[in-house]
Design a protein around this ligand. Structure first.
Ligand SMILES: [Cu+2]
Length: 521
């Protein structure tokens, strides 16, 4: 047998702080384990998931790295549920009392105790507000201290929504970027009966890909910058953005996945702090998108590239059946060099059995069309910036800080259109808790005139959403120079939620606002 050449540099030559020295495609892609309920309560599954500090090996030639993980795992265990199946989760904090990443003490309550606080948000969930993971519903180790909106230790998820790939992550006020970067992420998969009839690739052919960028110090510890460049007069200081110099998938640096020559379903999550990626497979071969954030599309969309913003999910089917023996790199075409490479698919496994799975012509009937003309309320919401006393940018929504009084108060039963007016020179992934929306359109406008008179002067017709965002969404890219409109119907669950930019460095300072969903009077 011909020996396949493997890359085996000496351990001493790998410098975790220099990505050029870290060989790619030497670790197999790990699959996060399935979360198991501790017991059942009145017939419902009850989970306890404990946040712990632990050691994690990002690469077989790197020393183990201190991370924070749900159940001591990075990424955390995947929770699997069925549509309408109610479950309970007690999220527990047994983390150290001191953070291992640099805390900016000028943000929110970061100045005072407790330094380490956590609260878990299930991103994309239709959930009662007390279980939503409100940023001020934080709790410290063993619930010793709790934030202002903390109401319960055990969260209840009803899963009244379409089958979808959701994810859970930390959302504590002022330190979300650090807690998520430390490792507090995991997947939550809802399955529904429609999906089960579709004969999509399943079980070992249904694979999650949680993509993040990270940087490391020489000793293998996680690197996160202490200050801005040029430095702010206070230290540590929040960053306006974070770019890692390596790519991590399911916890491994540039992993490889050995696949059979057949179809696979991939559930892709961009769990990066700041970075958007544009995915491309091999030489740009076509693949098929089947789902967005909130579940299945009406029909598959053929793509050769797929942009994905922080917090967005996209599910695709790749057909490797004609690629036996080939190795295909998943790239990020937004970057060159190390962060332009994500992972590799090696079509080297023998076909276990005939692939009978399908890429169906249609997926989910569109039985909830939302039309702009039926909106009960249209909100114009700006994305803007000013400077703080240290000459750092404060990014804001509607010119307001997090602690300013709530202005978005949707009424149950109403359909609302939100228009995100981006006044900055950078796109922002806007996320609204509780609901799934549809992207209506993006429309170019005259930024200069808006800044003079505060009115939107459109400079062109509305542009249809991209082919890859024509399904249920909870996060949307608010483009530069555009008014991005989304439409949604509030159906249940009054209470205190939030909406925010999902660039974590932005939501911490201060691109997050409260949203109070109210009952009709
Ligand atoms: Cu932002």
């Amino acid at each position: 047998m011909k020996k396949i050449q493997t890359i085996k540099p000496k351990v001493s030559k790998v410098d975790p702080s220099n990505p050029d020295t870290i060989p790619k495609f030497v670790d197999d892609l790990p699959i996060p384990p399935v979360a198991r309920p501790l017991k059942t309560i009145r017939g419902k599954s009850y989970y306890e998931i404990t946040m712990k500090e632990c050691k994690h090996r990002f690469h077989k030639l790197m020393p183990a790295t201190t991370v924070w993980g749900y159940d001591g795992l990075y990424p955390g265990p995947t929770i699997h549920v069925n549509q309408n199946e109610k479950i309970y989760v007690k999220w527990k904090n047994q983390l150290p009392l001191k953070h291992f990443l640099p805390i900016d003490r000028t943000l929110h309550e970061s100045a005072g105790p407790p330094e380490v606080r956590t609260v878990t948000h299930l991103h994309g969930a239709n959930v009662d507000w007390e279980s939503d993971g409100h940023p001020e519903a934080w709790f410290s180790r063993n619930f010793a201290q709790t934030g202002e909106t903390f109401r319960r230790k055990i969260y209840e998820y009803t899963n009244r929504q379409n089958g979808a790939t959701l994810w859970y992550h930390d959302h504590a006020i002022g330190i979300t970027r650090l807690n998520v970067y430390a490792g507090l992420v995991g997947l939550y998969i809802i399955r529904d009966p429609i999906e089960k009839t579709l004969n999509l690739p399943k079980n070992r052919y249904d694979i999650p890909l949680i993509i993040q960028d990270k940087s490391f110090n020489q000793d293998g510890s996680l690197f996160y910058p202490e200050n801005t460049d040029p430095p702010a007069p206070i230290n540590p200081s929040v960053q306006p953005f974070f770019n890692g110099n390596t790519m991590v998938v399911n916890g491994k640096l540039w992993p490889r996945l050995k696949v059979e020559p057949r179809k696979y379903r991939f559930r892709i999550l961009n769990a990066a702090n700041t970075n958007a990626f544009t995915l491309r497979i091999g030489d740009g071969r076509p693949f098929y998108q089947i789902a967005t954030d909130g579940g299945l599309l009406t029909k598959p969309v053929e793509l050769t590239t797929l942009p994905i913003e922080p917090a967005e999910r996209s599910e695709i089917i790749i057909d490797f059946s004609k690629l036996k023996g080939k190795k295909l790199i998943m790239q990020n075409t937004n970057d060159e060099g190390n962060t332009g490479v994500i992972m590799r698919f090696d079509v080297t496994l023998p076909l276990k059995q005939k692939d009978t799975s399908e890429i169906p012509a249609s997926l989910l009937p569109d039985n909830q069309p939302l039309e702009e003309k039926c909106a009960d309320k249209i909100r114009l919401l700006t994305l803007d910036a000013r400077q703080d006393e240290f000459n750092r940018p404060i990014l804001m929504l509607d010119n307001q800080m997090w602690h300013d009084p709530v202005t978005e108060k949707p009424v149950i039963g109403d359909t609302e259109v939100w228009r995100f007016i981006n006044l900055m020179n950078f796109p922002h992934p806007m996320h609204i808790h509780l609901i799934q929306f549809k992207v209506l359109h993006r429309r170019p406008f005259d930024l200069e005139r808006f800044q003079q008179d505060g009115y939107i002067h459109y400079t062109g017709p509305p542009i249809e959403p991209e082919p890859y965002e024509r399904g249920w969404k909870d996060t949307v890219r608010a483009d530069v120079g555009m008014v991005t409109s989304v439409i949604m119907k509030f159906t249940e669950n009054p209470g205190d939620y939030v909406w925010h930019c999902h660039i974590l460095e932005h939501e911490d300072y201060d691109m997050m606002r409260p949203m109070k969903v109210i009952e009709r009077e």
